[in-house]
Ligand binder design. Structure first.
Ligand code: XMP
Length: 508
């Protein structure tokens, strides 16, 4: 296990993902949080930070104490803090470096630089530079603009390294090799953090936690809840009771298809068709936030009704993943805030049950890998994100059963076309939006006066920012034709070319 001490850098999660990609388990904690050193802990990584080490309120930690016990790697701010702690000189340099730089390795005999080319591209993002190293420290690499791109300490304690650049980002072409050298050759990590290993360990831990008690869990058809349920099921079998609710605003055939998949996976899931109840309450509500609230409230009601039918339920399963629980370091001062937890189809705090959260330490890409290893079908693992309030927030204004049916048909055509052409995997999320406008069209000799749908497809990494996907014109033309010719009630199709920000992915 490696610990990453976070000083508030935007790249900290990328460091963790790069370490995990090397099959080494790691966790992120705020730099100010005390931690225990045990025999499983093999090394420490210090993250970057929006602070300068020379700021009065700059976050600091006792690096000298840590190095007495473990190898340490400082990245960017972490490297500068290391240099400063031992008496080096760090200052705002005349040459700031942002983006690409060319790194030259001075000392390829050092373990950290093994297998790294003499010259390679690295990614920089810093205003301060290390101008002088502490006494006895050694420069391992430089760039054209800065004298110290990588360094290490004297050989007489545990290894202590600093990298001015960001080895964790994609654009540092040999960053992964450098990280691997640190993790494997310097810290002695075993590289045994694999999906298969995770499954074995997690199932054993779940058996231990749950024993012969009963667990209830809401399933959404999404990746996280399905993978979490499959793991729990592996541990306790049918003592896991899944509930999958049809809220009337799922995609076409989704309720039946997903239930069928659950059945194939052997999960003990009850499908509850509550569509009518949702339509009744959604009637006359055009406001996006009140639609969200209605759907959230009804979902909880239905779930609690189902839970009440079961006896002796003590535990609640949830598909919480690591980005939901990492404690973040505020960049507006070294105070620590805890991210609020947004769980799709969120269950209320009033359901005070012990939680079972097998994915609590996984990133999304790891959840997918574990899902594949568990044999969950690819169409479920590679699904685009789908909002909890479903098609209700893609029908602008009031939601009616008839409008849901129209949108389901159009969406089905669009999604199938994306899948058939292989474009589905190239976009992060796609969907169809039913607009509350009717316009005039002509079909044969007849005048039509019908609805418009907007097609949306975006590229993104995390949904926080997104660009519209540049789908081929011919593809859009085919989808438009197919929708207008087959879905009576829609006579116009438009494509959304807005990015986020300033627009959002959903229209409501
Ligand atoms: P926006 O529209 O904010 O969407 O750019 C970002 C991501 O969040 C999803 N989304 C939701 N998910 N409940 C959810 O569970 C919601 O109310 C909700 N609103 C948006 C959206 O689909 C996209 O992936």
């Amino acid at each position: 296990r490696i610990l990453i001490l976070d000083f508030g850098s935007q790249y900290t999660q990328l460091i963790a993902r790069a370490v995990r990609e090397a099959n080494v388990y790691c966790e992120i904690i705020p730099y100010s949080k005390p931690f225990e050193i045990d025999s499983n802990l093999k090394g420490i990584i210090l993250s970057g930070s929006p602070f300068s080490v020379n700021d009065l309120n700059a976050p600091v930690i006792g690096i000298k104490d840590i190095v007495k016990q473990l190898p340490v790697l400082g990245i960017c701010y972490g490297a500068q803090l290391t240099a400063k702690t031992y008496g080096g000189r760090v200052e705002k340099s005349s040459k700031r470096e942002y983006g690409r730089a060319s790194m030259s390795v001075n000392d390829d005999t050092d373990v950290l630089m093994q297998g790294v080319s003499t010259k390679s591209q690295v990614w920089m993002s810093h205003g301060d530079s290390i101008l002088e190293l502490p006494e006895g420290f050694k420069v391992l690499a430089t760039t054209e603009s800065i004298p110290v791109a990588a360094f290490r300490n004297k050989q007489d304690t545990n290894p202590l390294y600093g990298l001015q650049f960001h080895p964790e980002v994609y654009h540092s072409t040999e960053g992964k090799q450098i990280l691997k050298n640190f993790l494997v050759n310097i810290c002695g990590c075993a590289q045994d953090w694999t999906p298969a290993h995770f499954i074995t360990d997690t199932v054993a831990a779940l058996k231990q936690q749950i024993g012969d008690r009963q667990v209830i869990m809401a399933l959404s058809g999404g990746v996280d809840s399905t993978v979490a349920a499959t793991l729990i099921h592996k541990a306790i079998g049918d003592n896991l009771h899944g509930i999958f609710v049809d809220n009337g605003v799922l995609r076409k055939n989704e309720f039946e298809d997903v239930l069928e998949t659950y059945k194939q996976l052997g999960l003990n899931v009850t499908g509850v068709n509550a569509s009518q109840m949702f339509y009744n309450e959604l009637k006359d509500n055009a406001d996006p936030e009140s639609k969200r609230k209605i759907i959230g409230r009804l979902f909880i009601e239905v779930f609690q009704q189902e839970a009440a039918k079961l006896e002796n339920i003590e535990l609640l399963g949830q598909g919480t993943i690591y980005p939901d629980v990492i404690e973040s370091v505020s960049v507006h001062g070294p105070s620590v805030t805890i991210k609020s937890h947004h769980n799709v189809g969120g269950l209320p705090a009033t359901m005070r049950m012990e939680l079972v959260e097998p994915l609590r330490y996984l990133f999304k890409d790891e959840v997918r890998k574990v899902g594949r290893e568990l044999g969950i079908p690819a169409n479920l693992i590679d699904r685009h994100p789908f909002p909890g309030p479903g098609l209700a927030i893609r029908i602008l204004g009031e939601v009616t059963e008839e409008k849901v049916r129209l949108l389901q048909e159009a969406d089905h055509i669009y999604t199938n076309a994306l899948k058939e052409t292989g474009l589905y995997a190239t976009v992060w999320q796609a969907g169809t939006i039913l607009l509350p406008v009717k316009s005039v069209g002509v079909m044969g000799d007849e005048r039509t006066y019908e609805f418009t749908v907007a097609l949306r497809a975006v590229t993104s990494v995390d949904g926080m920012t997104a660009d519209w996907a540049h789908l081929p014109y011919d593809f859009l033309a085919d989808v438009s034709n197919e929708i207008i010719n087959n879905v009576r009630g829609i006579n116009r199709v438009v494509y959304d070319i807005s990015s986020k920000p300033p627009a959002t992915i959903e229209w409501e």
